[in-house]
Write a new protein. Sequence first.
Length: 260
Amino acid sequence: MSIWLCLVVAAATNPYQEAFERANAAYASRDYAAAINGYEQLIEESVTGPAVFFNLGNAYYRTGRLGAAIANYERALACDPGMECARENLDKCVLETERRLERPLPPDWEQSLLFWHYNLAPAATRMLAILFWLLFWLLLAIRKVRPVRYVLRAAFIVGVLAVAFAVSAWVKAHGDVYAVADAATVPVHYGTSDKETVRFELYEGDRVLVDRRASAWARVMTADGERGWAKEDALAFVGPPYERLDRPPADTGAEAKETP
């Protein structure tokens, strides 16, 4: 599937349908700057979802913003892990990066206990947590009104499932913060100052874990464990919350990457 042909045409929710369609029309006419502005305005109005993020990623890719494109494909997959066209485009973009770095993994405890939740959308985990919680209390009510064999055992199992899905929903809403290098090269320093020694450099499209933000700087960690401080304006944050990315790429003193 070609990255420039995989354009989602799914509708956004009213009353923003018209704005979504205008952005799609701008993309179709190759006015990518207008398309980006339209999608970003929707996101600023809290109209978010895999279709908006996916289309925005395509538009950024077409303007040569590889880092912003990868960030938005990551957003789309966070909303809908089953969105294969977003996964395909993400993989294509990563192959175009300098080092093709893997995405940093979640903490070990999360991988061990919540290994099953990565293919579930956040909305699904929230809904299942609520349903199992309600079913838990329904089973207890049945047990109180009329003793039924195995109802307590069933209530225990349902209660465990309710807790598991609630933890999953919480982790998805308050989990690790990821960002993507959004300049040709991004210096990563030992501290929060340009005068600090540069430990290493990120290349456009490299994905990092952000564990702290302070005074326009972010402490980042790569998949291979390298850690240091990078300027926030040189990164595209995946979110949530979702920040606008339609700014000029940060000037790091390196030659800008050509538009693909």
